[in-house]
Design a protein around this ligand. Structure first.
Ligand code: PGA
Length: 248
């Protein structure tokens, strides 16, 4: 099979950070700096209340945007939830689903995560499906089993759906801890995921690495065969640092 190279993708996950003044400055920095990172798709996933601001300030810049979670339901009596169509209404292109902070603090199951991915796809969004093992699971040698378990219901959505997703591998022990997986450690899991995507007939799906990615370690991660970009938390809050990752 001859595959075209996968375009690199770097997504900033702002998590629960920001306010309108802070965002203005950060977004202005991205708007200006993005000119120099042509070879990479760049996006930010922001708290819901700021989608309007982000759309206003990023429209036409080349930087795209999205949410950090989405309801599995289309609409209705689900107080506090946000529908995929609402994100699409703000021209979101992406939405994170199954981030470990959602799985861990909000009890999201693998099935719920897959349902959220399906809801996002139905609204024309690209779900960025996050998978990753905890430190305890890693130490118990369960990494591969956990990744397979988390991926299974997503792969069950079928090749057409899977081909329109992005997968993000984020070992929980590396998130916000300053402890990055080595490029080789990350590549090993990315290769496992790539194998499953190939078997599903979707070799073009991009697989991002996440967990303490910084300008100083991005290039060595991106040098790995199956690492197609990054999902960046803390370092996405500083425009120059974030853009340096995208340029790496
Ligand atoms: P971090 O977060 O880069 O701050 O480790 C990554 C993430 O949780 O997406």
């Amino acid at each position: 099979m001859v595959n075209t190279p996968r375009k690199r993708l770097v997504i900033g996950n702002w998590k629960m950070h920001g306010d309108t003044a802070f965002n203005s400055e950060l977004l202005a920095g991205l708007r200006t700096g993005i000119q120099s990172v042509a070879q990479c798709d760049v996006a930010v996933c922001v708290p819901f209340p700021y989608l309007y601001q982000v759309r206003s300030l990023l429209e036409g810049s080349g930087v795209t945007w999205g949410g950090q979670d989405v309801s599995e339901h289309e609409k209705g009596a689900y107080t506090g939830e946000v529908a995929a169509a609402m994100l699409a209404d703000f021209n979101c292109r992406w939405v994170l689903v199954g981030h470990s902070e959602r799985r861990g603090y909000h009890g999201e199951s693998d099935a719920t995560v897959a349902a959220k991915a399906a809801a996002a796809l139905a609204a024309g969004l690209t779900p960025v499906v996050c998978v990753g093992e905890t430190l305890q699971e890693q130490e118990a040698g369960q990494t591969h089993a956990i990744i397979e378990r988390q991926l299974a219901p997503v792969l069950a959505l079928g090749a057409d759906a899977v081909s329109r997703t992005v997968i993000a591998y984020e070992p929980v022990w590396a998130i916000g801890t300053g402890r990055t997986a080595t490029p080789e450690q990350a590549q090993e899991v990315h290769a496992l995921i790539r194998g499953r995507l190939d078997a599903a007939g979707t070799p073009q799906v991009r697989i991002l690495y996440g967990g303490s990615v910084k300008a100083s370690n991005a290039a060595s991660l991106f040098a790995m065969a199956d690492i197609d970009g990054a999902l960046v938390g803390g370092a996405a809050l500083v425009a120059s640092e974030f853009l340096s990752i995208a340029a790496a």
